[in-house]
Design a protein around this ligand. Structure first.
Ligand code: PGA
Length: 256
């Protein structure tokens, strides 16, 4: 199975989000085989997009959640609130959260721990900066991110574990990582996570993200090591996004 996740970031209001979600459903009409699709609108659009997606196979995701289930945290939105909205997935530790909002490894660990009792799944985002890649320490760095997020977290009730590998230098830059580099990192992540959490390698779902578009999506999707894609910019453009969904469907059919 392949996953395609659209991260709309802070870009679309309610009306635009509803229109885009409707467009995605229109493109799926009559298709028997589709990837697992998760759309992550802004918080304010979750309620309306949920209505559009009701009774469809497309799932709703959130872009972040607060570091506790409830409490005195002005401005934060807790995981139970997102579950109220019907969110099945939540992005955790996106590099923009880490870079612009000071999210530390400790906070990300707190957030990941909240999911142990929850129905929703976290999608932990990891990835190295350009400097770290240049220094040859990318894998070591990613291992640190994974270990600190998941150390001591009980996932026995919650599988698969979802990780998005998004090298910081590839996000929104047009400079996507090579397939070879992505495969190397994905293999590394799969080993690390399955050892750390004592789960089967196939219970680790790993997505690639960073400047994926309709032109380059297929080359990632056709690799068995790459379980799907996390898409920012191209998920805002209906034609691009639906072309990516078609690539995923093509791969699913070919690998059947
Ligand atoms: P991008 O963003 O596809 O625009 O590079 C990916 C992401 O930030 O999840």
């Amino acid at each position: 199975m392949k996953y395609v996740v659209g991260n709309w970031k802070m870009n679309l209001g309610i009306r635009e989000s509803v229109a885009l979600a409707r467009g995605v459903l229109r493109a799926l009409r009559g298709k028997e085989e589709t990837p697992n699709i998760i759309l992550c609108p802004s918080y304010t659009a979750l309620g309306e997009v949920r209505k559009v997606l009701a009774r469809s196979r497309v799932e709703l995701g959130a872009q972040n959640c607060g570091p506790a289930l409830s409490g005195a945290m002005t401005g934060e939105i807790g995981l139970p609130m997102l579950e109220d909205f019907g969110c099945s997935h939540v992005l955790i530790g996106h590099s923009e959260r880490r870079a612009f909002f000071g999210e530390t490894e400790a906070m990300i660990h707190e957030k990941i721990s909240l999911f142990q009792q929850a129905k929703a799944m976290p999608i932990l985002c990891v990835g190295e900066s350009h400097e770290i890649r240049e220094s040859g320490k990318a894998l070591e760095f990613i291992a640190g991110q994974i270990d600190s997020a998941y150390e001591g977290v009980d996932v026995s009730q919650k599988k698969p574990v979802m990780i998005a590998y998004e090298p910081v230098w590839a996000i929104g830059t047009g400079e996507a990582a090579t397939v070879g580099d992505v495969i190397e990192v994905h293999q590394f992540i799969r080993d690390r996570v399955s050892q750390l959490l004592q789960i089967e390698p196939e219970d680790v779902v790993i997505l690639y993200g960073g400047s994926v578009d309709a032109e380059n999506a297929y080359q990632y999707l056709r690799e068995v090591e790459i379980n799907g894609l996390l898409i920012g910019g191209a998920s805002l453009k209906l034609q691009q996004f639906t072309a990516i969904l078609e690539s995923a469907t093509e791969v699913i059919l070919a690998q059947k």
